[in-house]
Design a binder for this molecule. Sequence first.
Ligand code: NAP
Length: 248
Amino acid sequence: MRSVIFSQAGDAASVARVADVPDAPAPRADEIQLRVSLSPVHRGDLVGTEAVSLPADESRHVRLGSEAVGVVTTVGDAVCNLRVGDRVAVFPAPGAWAESVTVPAEAAVNVPETVSDEIASILLVNTITSRDVLRAVSDLRGTTATVDDTPLVVSAAASAVGKLVVRQALDRRWPVIAVVRSDRSAATVRKLFPDVPVVVTGNDGWQGELRGSCWCEAAAGHRRCSRWRFRTGDPAVPRRRGNPGRVG
Ligand SMILES: NC(=O)c1ccc[n+]([C@@H]2O[C@H](COP(=O)([O-])OP(=O)(O)OC[C@H]3O[C@@H](n4cnc5c(N)ncnc54)[C@H](OP(=O)(O)O)[C@@H]3O)[C@@H](O)[C@H]2O)c1
């Protein structure tokens, strides 16, 4: 079968190549094999080629990829929650940039029909990462005196992970400030989160704007803020940008 592999350490753009490799191994009792439909390119997949030690076996190569969506083709004897023909998202799935891959059944999640392959292929890594970020932030917030008022500044807010972090922070009613590099990325964030202040680091004076936004967000719910209006009683979630009003 075909797979993207590398056989020497270095920049992924230089060392990764498509090659014919032996088929994915037959699943053991607690594993499944799937035919890969789509597998995303994560930054982690690419940086991994620079430092990894190559296997000592005769293959001398590593198969790239870590997450995928596909259709189950073989099921190990001990697997009872998945069947041949199921469409599943898998992570971790080392070697997912291949026509098929074998993974522990516990790394697979059934995908509903309403979810496209494109979405399903990035269902797990980014959401697990954003959940871990939110947990870490939650622990930090629990140790500060200004628990509800400290704004969360999300850099690279237009990234896949950034958008999930912003969404989950708002769901927790934390005040959020999004930081991006360009007006184009700012537009992406504003379309999804019209109430979130966005600071563009490509614009002059962004540092002052960020400081001002932090103050404004921290003040929300307690003091008058001249730039955003907040719903009375809401801990600090901004309601509408550019609509000055009284703060609760
Ligand atoms: N488990 C993990 O540890 C894990 C899992 C997944 C992702 N990640 C990490 O999370 C980050 C985001 O991943 P993703 O897949 O969500 O990324 P993505 O959707 O590809 O977006 C990349 C983002 O990085 C920003 N960016 C690129 N170069 C930058 C620079 N020099 N300074 C500031 N911002 C820069 C871009 O900002 P603009 O939009 O402003 O251009 C863009 O929003 C990456 O660092 C990735 O390695 C970690």
